[in-house]
Ligand binder design. Structure first.
Ligand code: GLU
Length: 476
């Protein structure tokens, strides 16, 4: 494939889709119906800022409405364009199907450099964008539910939710119109770190399967594995933090917009993050070697590569030099279709985006359910669960007294066991369960079919099959 022209992001997603669909037995015409984007709305609106009128261009693309509402984030970046938004919306369809969140796929974007605006200006712009979308039901609890993506977060979601509520004063479910809101505005515990947490759970599940570890030419567990992370934004930061602090992995490389850090002995994620917050980038960080040409560190010797930034970063120009035997796609679309082919031939195992970064939309689903049920998870059960545990503890204490020195409860057993699950524990449990089940669905196809030799094709097959079943059940 070297020397061939790189396809656009959307074409790349379509090529991967076609590869999987060609191995399936879909009714004539359904393949195309599933692949194409249903509609993309482009809006141009003006906002009066600093005495001038500024015109902004935004998009909301709906890829598939086989289930509603449709779901997907809204991105704020200068590179936003129709092709990108459509590719991302398509990935949302497959992602939601794979992890069984009952949504169709959608995505939005605003062409803006958010760093160039004051907070109050961003609020004005966001409210105006939300108004344009809400009046066309492109923000709506039962039809289209946005969430954060690159360049947006809790703050923007709170503005959007409030804008929708002002326009729909009698809608009792208005808080369910967007997810990723702050806790005090109807958000859910654990949503901010959900995508990074999902990466961790995905890798843990991968390392529970000896056959898969072997397929990547690795051995052992996550403990001691050398990891390179590209992008220390919300997703990359949380993934790297959890992997290093809880699973014993060693973060040897961090790639940011102003170059990369490398240290074979490991980099402290928290202190790099603080450095970035303070200095704006990684340059001059004291405890690692800095390379100005950051992307060269994608090619560094490591066990696991975590691209958690932009799409298309592993492409025809560098794919054959990537040394990592295992890549987990924390970003959407970081590997182009051409690079995917090169890496597959090399035997690199890729845990694909539509699975790897699905933690975000999974916890968004929990948030949406919480908003519709108007009650925090665990509120009814927690103390009841604790009082039942008390019963067991008091029996164990009786046994402890009876057995004297022969047996006693482990020191922190009582406090750990007594604690009923609150919202955060329930969210983590639901996310962990989701990541395990979806992985098993993918790997089943990967290992049971002789014509499927990678996880991405397997993931597409599972997702396309579910979408097609849903179309067949309810009609087009
Ligand atoms: N923007 C995230 C994604 O690409 C989250 C979407 C959502 O929560 O709806 O998956």
């Amino acid at each position: 494939m070297t020397g061939t022209k790189e396809p656009s992001f959307r074409e790349s997603v379509d090529l991967m889709f076609n590869r999987a669909a060609s191995l399936m037995d879909l009714p004539p015409g359904l393949e195309e119906k599933i692949r194409v984007c249903n509609a993309t709305y482009t809006v141009r609106f003006g906002v009066r800022l600093r005495g001038d009128i500024h015109t902004f261009t935004g998009y909301r693309s709906v890829h598939s409405e086989h289930m509603e509402p449709v779901k997907g984030g809204i991105r704020y970046a200068m590179a936003v364009n129709q092709d990108e938004v459509e590719a991302l919306a398509a990935l949302m369809t497959y992602k939601c199907a794979l992890v069984e969140t009952p949504f169709g796929g959608s995505k939005g974007g605003l062409r803006i450099d958010p760093r160039k605006y004051e907070e109050h200006e961003l609020e004005q712009i966001t409210r105006r964008f939300a108004y344009e979308l809400a009046k066309r039901d492109l923000i709506n609890p039962s039809q289209n539910v946005p969430a954060p993506d690159m360049g947006t977060g809790e703050r923007e979601m709170a503005w959007m939710a409030d804008q929708y509520a002002r326009m729909n004063t009698t809608d009792i479910n208005s808080r369910a119109c967007v997810t990723g809101k702050p806790l005090n505005a109807g958000g859910i515990a654990g949503r901010v770190e959900a995508t990074g947490r999902g990466i961790q759970y995905a890798l843990r599940e991968f390392f529970r399967n000896p056959e898969d570890i072997k397929a990547a030419g690795l051995s052992g567990t996550l403990d001691g594995k050398r990891v390179v992370v590209q992008g220390l934004g919300n997703v990359g930061y949380h993934a790297a933090k959890f992997l290093s602090e809880e699973d014993g992995s060693r973060i040897v490389g961090v790639i940011e917009w102003d170059g990369a850090l490398y240290n074979p002995d490991g980099i402290d994620v928290e202190s790099v993050r603080q450095w970035i917050v303070k200095h704006g980038g990684v340059k001059d960080y004291p405890d690692a070697t800095h390379t100005a040409e950051g992307s060269s560190v994608l090619e560094a010797d490591c066990d696991i590569l975590v691209p958690a930034a932009l799409e298309g970063v592993i492409n025809l120009s560098n794919a054959d030099r990537i040394k990592a035997p295992l890549i987990i796609e924390a970003a959407n679309g970081p590997v182009t279709a051409g690079a995917d082919e090169i890496l597959r031939k090399k035997g690199t195992v890729i845990i694909p985006d539509m699975y790897a970064n699905a933690g975000g939309v999974t916890v968004s689903y929990f948030e949406w359910v919480k908003n519709l049920s108007h009650i925090r998870f665990g509120r009814m059960q927690r103390r009841q669960e604790e009082s039942r545990h008390e019963l067991i503890i008091s029996e164990l204490e009786r046994l402890d007294r009876y057995l004297g020195d022969a047996w006693s409860m482990s020191p922190d057993f009582k406090s750990k066991y007594l604690k009923g699950a609150g919202e955060l524990e329930l969210v983590r449990s639901g996310l962990d369960d989701t990541m395990r089940i979806a992985y098993q669905a993918m790997r089943e196809v990967w290992h049971s079919r002789s014509d499927v030799d990678d996880l991405r094709t397997a993931a597409y097959i599972v997702a396309i099959d579910r979408v097609s079943k849903s179309y067949r059940a309810k009609g087009l």
